[in-house]
Design a protein around this ligand. Structure first.
Ligand code: C5P
Length: 222
C-alpha cells in the first residue's frame, strides 16, 4: 500500500516550499493540487467563461483535461488539454480566479479522481486545502500548516516582488484575507484542519525547522 502525506493550509503558509523539500528528502512524489485548480482558472480566463454561471462552468469542465508531469529537475508541470500551462499559473489574477472557481462542484469533481488515483499508486506527499479532510481521508500523516495573515502576506509579497510583480503589501494582505474567507467558507470541501491532522504554525519557524518537524512526525508514524 502506498504511504500518503497530506499537507493542507491557507494561502502563503509555505506549503509548496516545505512540501517540495520534505518530499525530496523522504523520496516521495510531490503533488501540488493548487496548480491543478490554477490551470482550470486559466482555462476559464482564456475562454471568457462566466464563472458565476454554474451551467457554463459545468460545460467548460466537460471540455477540460488536466494531467501532471515532472520536468528533468523534478518540478511538477501542469498540462491543460495537452498544453503545459505551468508558466501561466502563478499570477495574482490566477490566484484570485482559482479561489473563486474552486468553490464550484463541477470544478472539484473534475480533479477528485485524478488526485485520488495519483495517491493510490505511489508514495505521495500532496498539498492543498481539502487533502486530509476529503481527498485522502486515510492518509497516514496529515499536517495542517498555517501562519499569521501578516507573515503570509509578507512572504508572498517578497516572493512576488522577485518576479517583478507590482502589487503592494497591503493589496497582497487583502487578497490573502479574501482568499482565506472564500476557501474556508465555501460549501464543498472548505479549508479546515482535519481532526487527526497535526497543527504546525510556521509564523516563527524557519523553513528548515518546519521541514525537520514534519520529518519527525513522519518518523513517528511510519
Ligand atoms: O495552493 P494554491 O494557492 O496554489 O491554490 C490556489 C487556489 O486553489 C486556492 O486558493 C483554493 O481556492 C484552491 N484549492 C482548493 N483545493 C485544493 C488546492 C487549491 O480549493 N486542494
Amino acid at each position: 500500500m502506498s504511504f500518503n502525506i497530506a499537507i493542507d493550509g491557507p494561502a502563503g503558509a509555505g506549503k509548496s516550499t516545505i512540501a517540495k523539500r520534505v518530499s525530496k528528502e523522504l523520496g516521495f512524489i510531490y503533488v501540488d493540487t493548487g496548480a491543478m485548480y490554477r490551470a482550470i482558472a486559466v482555462y476559464m480566463m482564456q475562454n471568457q467563461i462566466d464563472i458565476h454561471d454554474d451551467a457554463a462552468v459545468q460545460k467548460a469542465c466537460s471540455k477540460i483535461s488536466i494531467s501532471i508531469a515532472y520536468s528533468d529537475d523534478g518540478e511538477q508541470q501542469v498540462i491543460l488539454n495537452g498544453e503545459n500551462v505551468t508558466g501561466l499559473i502563478r499570477t495574482e489574477e490566477v490566484s484570485k480566479m482559482a479561489s473563486v472557481t474552486s468553490a464550484n462542484p463541477a470544478v472539484r469533481a473534475t480533479l477528485l479522481d485524478l488526485q485520488r488515483d495519483l495517491a493510490a499508486k505511489e508514495d505521495v506527499l500532496m498539498d492543498g486545502r481539502d487533502i486530509g479532510t476529503n481527498i485522502l481521508p486515510h492518509a497516514q500523516l496529515k499536517i495542517y500548516l498555517t501562519a499569521s495573515v501578516e507573515t503570509r502576506a509578507k512572504r508572498r509579497f517578497l516572493e512576488q516582488q522577485e518576479k517583478g510583480d507590482t502589487h503592494t503589501l497591503e493589496e497582497i494582505e487583502e487578497e490573502i484575507r479574501d482568499r482565506d474567507q472564500r476557501d474556508m467558507s465555501r460549501e464543498i470541501a472548505p479549508l479546515r484542519q482535519a481532526e487527526d491532522a497535526i497543527l504546525v504554525d510556521s509564523s516563527d519557524l524557519s523553513i528548515d525547522e518546519v521541514v525537520e518537524r514534519i520529518k519527525e512526525c513522519y518518523r513517528e508514524v511510519k
